[in-house]
Design a protein around this ligand. Structure first.
Ligand code: F6R
Ligand code: MG
Ligand code: MG
Length: 380
């Protein structure tokens, strides 16, 4: 039977700001998933967090978008919210935008990435979980993993990868996707995904056999809610090895801490810092944005792992560079391009501030002053 790996996440409240969940929230979510495993609804699961987002990693045979699986995640999130309310944690239940569950958590607040697979002889997979950023944050690394031969040696060396990959690019504003081939349409892909707030790499397929190699959560909460309700801290699933990028090629794409939107108040650009699980909590200026990488082998649906893949000195220099970039960006204070541009700020609380100033604008006296000056000149 096919196995589906579902990664479903939500921010349901945090200890002291938007920093990290309380262990009791993780415990109650774990209990609910353990019961589901006992009952045979799911095969296996793992619960963790990155920053203030609780991450449910679930394997099952029911396929993507299954109401039982989404319902289970919903129950776990409700329970974690209840704990948050009891403990008076900050922003309890933040990402549950609706009270009523109707079969699928999409559009209700949680982020979802699901990948259905025919398990290979060995099935290595990496799941990525980020906080204080948005789904488009994975655009650059996914492009490098699946399209850039300077990152991924296998694109050149491995005959199974040599044909390239197909990118599904999703337009979050229009809710439409386009399939583009790499390397042939590489420049078209970049023309879109260089705007990560709008065009998101949603799925990647191996061209030779259409094997689904990667999936990203694409929910954008502000577009769902129509206002700022926290960033859409994203998750991604990437399959590895044996005709797909090696785990090391996948991780290599994160060795450059590129700038992403998010960070403080979801309103700032900052470096995406790859960290081990123990540093998956956000502090400086509510950040900087960070990402963990969990390595798994899926064995008849069982989750073998996780390997905490960024827990390696080999990423120390990346983290150091990220700190330097964070310092550099912070010095801009409230100025762009540290602070996001006006289109992105539209979904924050800034418009409320600008609204107050609206009536205080008067037509500039400048024109009059200049005219007087020229009259003087011509009169003399
Ligand atoms: C960003 C984030 C935080 C909050 C900030 C203000 O995604 O979660 O940076 O935006 O802490 O939070 P409130 O408005 O809840 O005080
Ligand atoms: Mg939050
Ligand atoms: Mg978060």
């Amino acid at each position: 039977a096919k196995v589906t790996l579902s990664v479903i996440k939500a921010d349901l409240g945090s200890i002291a700001g938007h920093h990290m969940p309380h262990p009791d929230q993780l415990a109650v979510a774990t209990k609910i998933l353990a019961e589901a495993k006992q009952k045979g609804l799911i095969i296996d699961f793992y619960v963790t967090h990155v920053g203030d987002d609780i991450q449910l990693i679930i394997t099952h045979n029911k396929g993507p978008d299954h109401p039982d699986i989404h319902g289970l995640a919903w129950d776990a999130f409700k329970a974690a919210t209840k704990v948050a309310r009891e403990l008076k944690l900050y922003a309890a239940g933040q990402d549950l935008l609706s009270e009523a569950f109707s079969g699928n958590v999409k559009g209700l607040g949680p982020g979802v990435a699901e990948l259905e697979m025919e398990e290979r002889e060995a099935e290595p997979v990496v799941t990525f979980h980020a906080d204080k950023t948005e789904p488009g944050a994975f655009n650059l690394p996914l492009f490098r993993i699946f399209a850039d031969p300077f990152n991924t040696a296998g694109l050149v060396i491995d005959p199974k990868m040599h044909d390239g990959f197909v990118f599904e690019v999703y337009d979050v504003f229009e809710g439409r996707s386009v399939l583009l081939k790499s390397p042939e349409e590489m420049y078209d892909i970049l023309a879109l995904i260089g705007t990560p707030g709008r065009y998101i790499v949603r799925r990647v397929y191996r061209k030779s056999d259409n094997l689904l190699a990667a999936v990203v959560s694409v929910e954008r909460l502000n577009l769902i809610a129509g206002k700022y309700v926290g960033k859409d801290d994203p998750v991604a699933i990437v399959r590895a090895q044996h005709g797909l990028p090696a785990v090391g090629e996948i991780l290599e794409a994160f060795s450059f801490p590129h700038l992403v939107a998010g960070w403080m108040r979801g309103s700032h650009n900052g470096p995406l810092m790859p960290v081990p699980m123990r540093y998956a909590r956000v502090t400086r200026f509510d950040g900087p944005p960070r990402v963990i990488a969990l390595g798994w082998n899926i064995s008849n649906g069982r989750l073998i792992g996780p390997a905490d893949l960024f827990d390696d000195v080999a990423f120390d220099e990346t983290r150091r560079l990220a700190q330097n970039i964070a310092e550099y960006m912070r010095r801009h204070g409230p100025f762009m391009p540290h602070r996001l541009g006006p289109e992105e700020m539209e979904y924050t609380t800034l418009p409320a501030v600008l609204e107050k100033l609206k009536d205080r604008f008067v037509k500039s006296e400048e024109v009059k002053v200049v005219k007087k000056h020229s009259d003087m000149l011509s009169g003399s």
